[in-house]
Every structure is written in structure tokens, then in C-alpha cells.
Write a protein of this length. Sequence first.
Length: 252
Amino acid sequence: MARDLLDSDLLTRIEGVGDLIALEAKYHLACLVGLRNRHRSLIRNRENLQDASKPDKKARARAFAELVTYIENGSGRRHIALQVCFPTASLRKSSADFGIRSEVNKVRFKEQILKHFPYSQEQSDGKNVLLVFEKGMQQMLKQAMETDYEGDALILAKAARIVREDIFRSCGFNFSGSFPPDCQKNSVPANLKSMVTMLMKGADLKDQDCTDSQACLTASQIILFNCKKRARRDKQIPSSRSRPGPTTDTNC
């Protein structure tokens, strides 16, 4: 092992002493373990150099380049963080497609990724190792800042103002002792019915019906009956001849 490693210091000591077995020379266990590990690493490197031909190197480099391109395309759109095991498995699969069956060292591969992406960070919770990409974090923060709650509130206020103006402009329904055909439908403003229908079924056209449902008409009548121009200080239930309470008569 000393000759393979070309350890001149150790060779000088051994050759100058003579027969170590006859002298019953003793050694330190830690030194022997370190020597064996160094020799094992040397043998492994020699085998890798002999086995690794140029086509294999090119195929492995191509697989790594494809994986890097995939990460680059995803880091700005959907990938904020990647678990190390995911790209490792992808590289192993890509290498197998090119005929390379050797195992991928996760630690060295992680260092390769971090070296290629200098702005990425390694985060660990003790069990899993995550690679966090700056582009993905920037996109996530940008989307969070673009969420305009004030704008949504203004849209709701505008929609409420449009529906309320239509409610107070409508003539309503005056009960005269009988319910004419379509009295329930005609007593509710069109904008109010549209708003209730979209709340109940969504705004997609394919989800809409040609006729207003009974649930939509009843809910619209309840809203219509409880609408008031100004807030009331007393708790008296409002009543109006032009806007009577809802009816569930399905014959209308």
C-alpha cells in the first residue's frame, strides 16, 4: 500500500527498520485505518479512470446539461425549491437512457448543482435537503405583492352600487289580491338576478341556465326586501308595498 501511494516517509521508516514481523513492530490503529482508506481511494480512482471512456463522459455531461436546463426553465416559473433526491433520480434516469449504469453520488451532485447555480441556497431540516432558487423566490414574492386587496374591495363596492341603483329604480310588485304569471320573476331587477345567479353557479356561460331557478328568485327577493337606502337605527323590520316579502309560490 505504501508503494502504491508513493508515501516516501512511510517507506523510509519501513525499509530502515528491517523485518517488522520479526521485530514484532506495533502500529497505531488510526494510522493503519487512514492508510487503508487512502489506498482504497487510490484503487477506486484508478478503476474509474480505466472504466470511464470518452463516450460515457460525454453522455454523462449531456444528461447533466439536460437536467440543468430543466431546472433553469422551472426555477423562474414553478420551482421555488427542489429536494435533492428528485434531481438525483432524474440524472440517474437520464444517464440510464444513455447506457450509463453507475450510481450518482448525492453529495457531489449537490455540490455540482450549487456550483452551477451560485444564487441557489441549500436548506436542510435534518432529514431532507432542499435547493432553494432565487428566481423562484423572486417570482413568489412578486405574485404576493401583486395581490391587490384594495382593488378587489373597490370592484365589490362598484358591483354593489350598480345593483342597488337598479333595485331602487325598479317599480317592484304591488300586490292586488292575486299573483299574475311570472310575478316573482318580474318583481326582481335583472342586475340583481344576474348577480345572485353568478354567485350561486359561477360566472362561466356554460354553467348558466336559460331560465332563472327558484332558488335564485327567492334569494333575490329576500335581498330586495331587506335593501334600504339608509341604515336604520331601530331594529324594526322594514316593509314596503312596492317591495313585498319573498314568496315561494312555484305557480308564479
